[in-house]
Design a protein around this ligand. Structure first.
Ligand code: PLP
Length: 479
C-alpha cells in the first residue's frame, strides 16, 4: 500500500486523480500564491514525487517491510535512526500531499452536503487534520490488526510508560502511573468531570469564546453555565481575572479551562496561569484543564501544564490530554485524564465505572503508545508545516482581505478570524462563506459570548487546500 492509500481501500471506490497543482514550497513560505490541490485517490498513491519538488527525501513512503509481529518499537527505532541520517535538514514527511478523504466515513468531509446543503463546500471546520498519522502509529496499528484478535484489552505498562515519558520530555511534568485514568476522548472526560465534581444546579465557569462542548458538558448535565468572557484588545486575548472573581459564588464548584485555548489560539503564559491558579485555589474550585492542544504550541511559545504551576493548584486540577489532536487519531477516541489528588481521582474513577467505561480500546492503546514513544520527529515537522500555513494565511489575508483580521496563533491549528470589519451580521457572514465562497468554517457564535463576527478556520490541511479556500473567501468578499 502506498502512503496515499487507505487501509482496506479495495472496498472503497477509488476517486479520480486530480491534476498536479500549485503546491507551495517551503522556500516560498509566506508568499501569497494560489493553487488547485493535487489529489491522490485511495489505493492509488500515484508516482512518487521527486524529493526536490516536495522538499521531502521520503516523498512516497511505500513500505515493503510490513510488520508481521507486535515487536515494533526496536525495529522502528533503528529505522528512525537510519532515516534521520539520510534526511539531515530535509522535510521528511510530505504534508503537501492531498489525500482523498471523501467516502472514508469522515465527519469533516462526508457530511458537507448533509450539514450545509452545499455539496462542493470545502470543509475547514472540525478539528482534525488532513494528514496521515506518523508511520510509527500506522505500523503499530497494522501490527495489532495483523495479530487478528481484538479481545478485551488491559492498559499495558508500556502504554503508561509512553504517556509518562511524553509528559516528562515534552512538558517537563513528572507524572506518576497511578495518576493516569483513561477515557474515550476528552469530550467524554469533560462530561464525566461535570458529574464527578458538581451537583445538578451547581455553577461551572467556562471562558468564552470557547470550544462549544465545554458549554454543553455543563448544560446537558443540568449544571449552570457561567461564562467568563475573555477580553479582546486589538486582536489580543487575555483572561478577565476581575470578571472571574466576580463570577464565583458559594454555588460555583468548577472551572473548565482551555489551555492552549481553542478558538483564540492563546498559549497561556506562566504569570497568567499563576494568577488563575491563585484564584481557583482561594475559592477551592476544581479546575478541569483541557490540554488536548498542549503539543501544538507554535514556535516561541511554551505550553505549561496548569498542574505544574503550584502544588496547591495541582491538588485541584484534573488534566485532560490525548494523542487525538497531536497525532491525528481522534477517530480512535483515546484520552488520558491525569489527576494527582487521590480524592479527585477516586471520584473520576467512580463516574467512569458508573458509565461502564472501565475497558480500554485496544487500537487506541496501540496508537497512543506508538505516538508517544516514536511520534516526536513527525510532530516537529508537523509544527513547522502548521506554522508555515499560519504565515501563509496571515500574509494572504493581509494582502487580499484587509478588512479581515487574523488573531495571532500561539497554539492549536485553529485560527480565529475577525470578520467584524466586513460589516456583516453573523447570518449574512455564514451565508456568504457557505453559499458564495463555498467554504465551511465554524461560525464564531457557536463558541459563545465574544464569538460574534468571528469564524474559526482549521489550517491543518495541505497548503494548496488552504490556498484554495482563501481564494474562494477573498473572491466572495470582494464581490
Ligand atoms: C479544546 C478541545 N477539547 C477537546 C476536543 C475533542 O477531544 P476528543 O476528540 O478527545 O473528545 C477538542 C477538539 O477539537 C478541542 O479543541
Amino acid at each position: 500500500m502506498t502512503s496515499g492509500g487507505w487501509p482496506g481501500g479495495s472496498s472503497l471506490a477509488p476517486r479520480p486523480v486530480a491534476e498536479q497543482a500549485g503546491v507551495i514550497s517551503e522556500t516560498r513560505r509566506g508568499a501569497v500564491a494560489s493553487g488547485r490541490p493535487r489529489v491522490e485517490a485511495r489505493g492509488q498513491g500515484g508516482p512518487p514525487r521527486p524529493a526536490e519538488a516536495t522538499g521531502s527525501c521520503h516523498p512516497d513512503r511505500t513500505r515493503a517491510d510490513r510488520p508481521d509481529t507486535l515487536s515494533i518499537p526496536r525495529r522502528l527505532q533503528a529505522e528512525g535512526r537510519r532515516r534521520k541520517v539520510g534526511c539531515a535538514n530535509a522535510m521528511r514527511y510530505d504534508f503537501d500531499r492531498v489525500i482523498e478523504r471523501k467516502g472514508t466515513g469522515s465527519l469533516k468531509w462526508d457530511t458537507v452536503e448533509r450539514s450545509t446543503g452545499v455539496a462542493d463546500a470545502l470543509p475547514l471546520w472540525v478539528a482534525d487534520m488532513d494528514f496521515r498519522a506518523p508511520d510509527a502509529v500506522l505500523d503499530a496499528l497494522r501490527a495489532r490488526v495483523e495479530h487478528g484478535i481484538f479481545g478485551y484489552a488491559v492498559k499495558t505498562e508500556s502504554c503508561y510508560r509512553a504517556i509518562i515519558g511524553w509528559m516528562k520530555r515534552r512538558h517537563g511534568w513528572a507524572i506518576e502511573r497511578g495518576w493516569i485514568l483513561f477515557s474515550p476522548g476528552v469530550v467524554p472526560a469533560l462530561n464525566l468531570a461535570a458529574q464527578a465534581y458538581t451537583q445538578p444546579g451547581d455553577r461551572v465557569i467556562v471562558q468564552t469564546p470557547v470550544y462549544y462542548p465545554f458549554s454543553t458538558a455543563v448544560v446537558n448535565n443540568g449544571r449552570e453555565l457561567v461564562p467568563n468572557t475573555l477580553v479582546e484588545e486589538g486582536g489580543a486575548y487575555r483572561i478577565d481575572f476581575d470578571g472571574l472573581e466576580q463570577s464565583i459564588d458559594e454555588r460555583t464548584r468548577m472551572l473548565i479551562f482551555c489551555s492552549p485555548h481553542n478558538p483564540v489560539g492563546r498559549v497561556w503564559r506562566r504569570d497568567e496561569l499563576e494568577k488563575l491558579a491563585e484564584i481557583c485555589v482561594r475559592h477551592r474550585l476544581v479546575v478541569v484543564s483541557d490540554e488536548i492542544h498542549a503539543d501544538l504550541a507554535m514556535k516561541g511559545h511554551t505550553h505549561l501544564p496548569l498542574a505544574t504551576i503550584s502544588p496547591a493548584v495541582a491538588s485541584l486540577t484534573v488534566t485532560c490530554t490525548a494523542p487525538n489532536k497531536t497525532f491525528n487519531v481522534a477517530g480512535l477516541q483515546a484520552g488520558n485524564v491525569i489527576i494527582s489528588n487521590p480524592e479527585l481521582r477516586d471520584r473520576f474513577r467512580a463516574v467512569l465505572t458508573n458509565a461502564g467505561l472501565t475497558m480500554a480500546n485496544i487500537l487506541a492503546l496501540a496508537a497512543s503508545e506508538a505516538a508517544y514513544d516514536h511520534g516526536e520527529e513527525w510532530l516537529e515537522q508537523l509544527l513547522e508545516y502548521l506554522h508555515g500555513n499560519y504565515l501563509f494565511l496571515r500574509t494572504f489575508v493581509e494582502q487580499r482581505m484587509p478588512r479581515v483580521k487574523v488573531t495571532p496563533l500561539e497554539g492549536t491549528y485553529l485560527v480565529w478570524l475577525d470578520f467584524r470589519g466586513c460589516g456583516l451580521g453573523d447570518p449574512e457572514l455564514k451565508s456568504l462563506l457557505l453559499q458564495k465562497a463555498k467554504v465551511w468554517l465554524d461560525a464564531g457564535p457557536m463558541f459563545g459570548a465574544g464569538g460574534e463576527g468571528f469564524q474559526r478556520i482549521n489550517i491543518a490541511c495541505p497548503r494548496s487546500i488552504l490556498a484554495q479556500a482563501l481564494e474562494r473567501i477573498a473572491a466572495a468578499i470582494s464581490q
